[in-house]
Design a protein around this ligand. Structure first.
Ligand code: KDO
Length: 335
């Protein structure tokens, strides 16, 4: 028979007391959990930023619980999960938002954003207010901050001797993997290639087997996912200075008190800044490492790519969804 000695009971009470005191004090007395889903890896700068900066800043009232590599929700399903109340936050893309709100495709358009600083100016400009409001009102998604993913380049299995990429004409017939949404497939075609939709988690295997001819992620992703092991060249097209948004459940946001909301906003901004600097540093310092792995890196005819890509958007269905004057305002915020 289990003997509950006074000492044993006191020890148990003390242990429970210790455990609960280790838990942060919650305004409403209940622990909040912020689940986060991304198709990115744990070592990606954006994932690191949320885990190392955002999570500690909100730990006074919420536990951050990330799911990487599409394990919590498959790539492209995160916004629906947030909307449906099954997920708190994600590293969302304008292309995914454009599946629900077509006008977001303007932020996924080739050769529009010029650099990371331009992305921040655009996200904080009054032109963004209507986009943010629509995401909240129609999707239940609050866009807290803009994250820098980087300059996307054409990365091919073929050597330069086999396929030298100088202009879009050189990509004719190239089976270029692009993410699954319409805006991504449009961009792949605008580059002159034949785009194939494929989940981010499948790209390495598809490159290795030859199921695809190439992919188009920024240099830090080429290193993080070891694409340099299964590709032979990178033509620095910089066809999209790519971004993500820290997307947060509006329902969860509305359940926070004013101080908690301020803390979440500040934590998102701090994480976005930290991640941006880390990604820019990686982007500016990885080319030689990738070359050391046998990948040729070179600059193609950028004017030819810029002109051809932008011409594909003129008169397109995507462009028809852009609110009047917004492209001009984005360009005016450029360098
Ligand atoms: C990709 O699938 O190539 C992509 O880079 C698209 C981005 O919008 C974003 O979803 C990203 O994957 C993930 O965050 C993984 O890095």
């Amino acid at each position: 028979m289990l003997k509950f000695t006074r000492r044993a009971v006191l020890a148990s009470v003390a242990a429970i007391g210790l455990a609960t005191s280790a838990m942060p004090a919650f305004a409403d007395g209940h622990a909040k959990t912020f689940t986060m889903a991304t198709s990115g890896s744990e070592t990606d700068a954006r994932s690191e930023a949320l885990a190392k900066v955002f999570a500690p800043m909100v730990s006074g009232f919420a536990e951050y619980k990330p799911g990487y590599n599409g394990t919590l929700f498959a790539q492209g399903t995160e916004l629906e999960a947030i909307s449906g109340g099954n997920l708190t936050m994600s590293i969302a893309s304008a292309q995914e938002l454009a599946q629900f709100l077509p006008e977001f495709s303007i932020f996924a358009t080739g050769y529009v954003h010029q650099d990371a600083a331009h992305q921040v100016r655009v996200f904080n400009a009054p032109l963004m207010d209507a986009f943010k409001k629509k995401a909240e009102d129609e999707l239940g998604v609050k866009l807290l901050s803009v994250m820098y993913l980087g300059r996307r380049h054409v990365n091919l299995r073929q050597t330069r001797a086999e396929k030298d990429v100088q202009t879009p004409a050189d990509l004719a017939g190239v089976n270029l993997r692009m993410p699954g949404t319409d805006a991504w497939q449009f961009l792949g075609k605008a580059l002159g290639a034949s785009p194939t939709p494929l989940a981010f988690s499948e790209v390495y295997t598809a490159l290795s087997s030859g199921a695809i001819d190439g992919q188009d992620n920024p240099l830090p992703t080429v290193v993080d996912k070891k694409f340099y092991e299964v590709t032979k060249q990178i033509a620095l097209t910089s066809h999209l200075v790519d971004l993500n948004y820290i997307a947060f459940s509006k329902k969860t946001w509305d359940s926070l008190d004013a101080n908690q909301q301020l803390t979440v906003q500040r934590a998102a901004d701090a994480a976005a800044s930290w991640g941006r600097l880390k990604q820019l540093d990686k982007e500016n310092n990885l080319a030689d490492f990738i070359r050391s792995k046998g990948v040729e890196i070179y600059t193609p005819n950028l004017e030819a790519f810029r002109k051809h890509v932008q011409a594909q958007y003129v008169g397109s269905e995507a462009a028809a969804s852009w609110p009047e004057g917004v492209l001009e305002q984005i360009n005016a915020l450029g360098n």
